[in-house]
Design a protein around this ligand. Structure first.
Ligand code: PHE
Length: 352
């Protein structure tokens, strides 16, 4: 009996060694360990053997069974590895590969870099200021009265619970004009005996307002210019506007300013750009030949005072426009729904 078991084991192991695929291995397993397999049959004879010898043979039979099972598993693993190796050997590394898709900058990012480089050429410096800001910078120091509608919950996003003794509640910047206050306050901090260095700031940032419809998204971008110096005038402002309009929209386009009202500029203007489709003649896009770009004006003396600048010594101008709006006016892009810009739809974005 002992010899029989050892022979069975050797027999099985040599078959396993020779096996060429998984199917053959399964058959070998069945042949020895199946219901009527050779080992199973040998084990059935055990009860007839006397008790002393039976124990010993039982242990041996078990060992044989385990060895066969382990060898089958090991051989299976080897076979799998072999298949993989032969597949790898078949790969032709000289075949042309699959090109990964290459993306590009988002159209708003493209517009921001173009706008930045236009203003940099005439000495404006791009700055970054907080987009989560105190009321002081976004409203109070900009001369907004306490009951101004923009300070309402329904216009601006306020941060729950955050409030500063001097600077008031915290909010998401509804415009980039908060950057004016930051910039002027910084200039005062680094001034020497009341003499600030002239400012030429370009603040481009995200703005947030409670609005969402075909022409508004709750998050959008503005670019804000601020120039502070001695004896600046509306002529300087108009010169910068014309320079930008021609550089960004094209040589044929011109700007015009219309009287308007902002709390933080006096006088204040709305800036229009001549329509690129009809060249200012009037068409279905613009109606009267002009497209509205955004606000501008001469910095209000109260704003200068609030940041510690002497309005008798310094003055300046500011302007603030929407990046998305400028972008759409430039290319005559007629996007039915502005929200599409931020929808992350590749079919849309790939066009730019
Ligand atoms: N902050 C104003 C707005 O969001 C625009 C503006 C900026 C107007 C600078 C005048 C000067 O509408």
């Amino acid at each position: 009996m002992e010899n029989e078991l050892i022979n069975l084991k050797n027999n099985a192991l040599s078959l396993i060694l020779e096996a060429e695929d998984e199917k053959e291995l399964e058959e070998i397993k069945l042949q020895f360990l199946g219901r009527s397999g050779k080992l199973t049959q040998a084990i059935r004879k055990l009860p007839k053997i006397d008790i002393e010898k039976r124990k010993e043979l039982g242990v041996l039979a078990n060992e044989v069974k385990e060895t066969i099972e382990a060898s089958v598993d090991e051989k299976k693993k080897q076979l799998k590895k072999g298949i993989l190796m032969s597949k790898i050997r078949k790969i032709d590394v000289t075949n042309p590969g699959i090109k990964p898709q290459i993306g590009h900058l988002h159209l708003v990012t493209q517009a921001i870099s173009e706008i930045t480089s236009i203003f940099e050429k005439i000495g404006f410096v791009r700055v970054r200021y907080p987009e989560v800001e105190w009321d002081w910078y976004a409203f109070e120091a900009l001369n907004f009265p306490k009951d101004h509608p923009a300070r309402d919950d329904w216009e601006t996003f306020f941060i729950d619970g955050a409030s500063h003794k001097k600077y008031g509640p915290m909010l998401l910047t509804p415009h980039t004009s908060s950057g004016q206050i930051r910039e002027m306050s910084n200039a005062v901090k680094s001034s020497v005996s009341g003499e600030i260095s002239p400012i030429k700031m370009l603040n481009i940032a995200k703005c947030y307002r409670r609005q969402s419809d075909v022409s508004h998204t709750p998050m959008f971008h503005q670019f804000e210019g601020l120039a502070i110096d001695k004896n600046l005038s509306i002529v300087n402002l108009k010169g910068v506007l014309d320079y930008f309009v021609k550089s960004y929209f094209g040589e044929k386009r011109v700007s015009r300013i219309r009287p308007y009202h902002f709390e933080f500029t006096e006088p204040s203007f709305e800036v229009d750009v001549s329509c690129g489709v009809c060249n200012g003649q009037g068409c279905s896009l613009c109606k009267d030949g002009w497209l509205e770009l955004g606000g501008a004006g001469m910095v209000h003396p109260n704003v200068l005072k609030n940041t510690g600048i002497d309005p008798d010594k310094f003055n300046g101008f500011a302007f603030g426009w929407g990046v998305e709006r400028a972008l759409m006016m430039k290319d005559g892009l007629e996007i039915d729904d502005l929200r599409l810009i931020y929808s992350n739809k590749l079919e849309f974005l790939e066009q730019f």
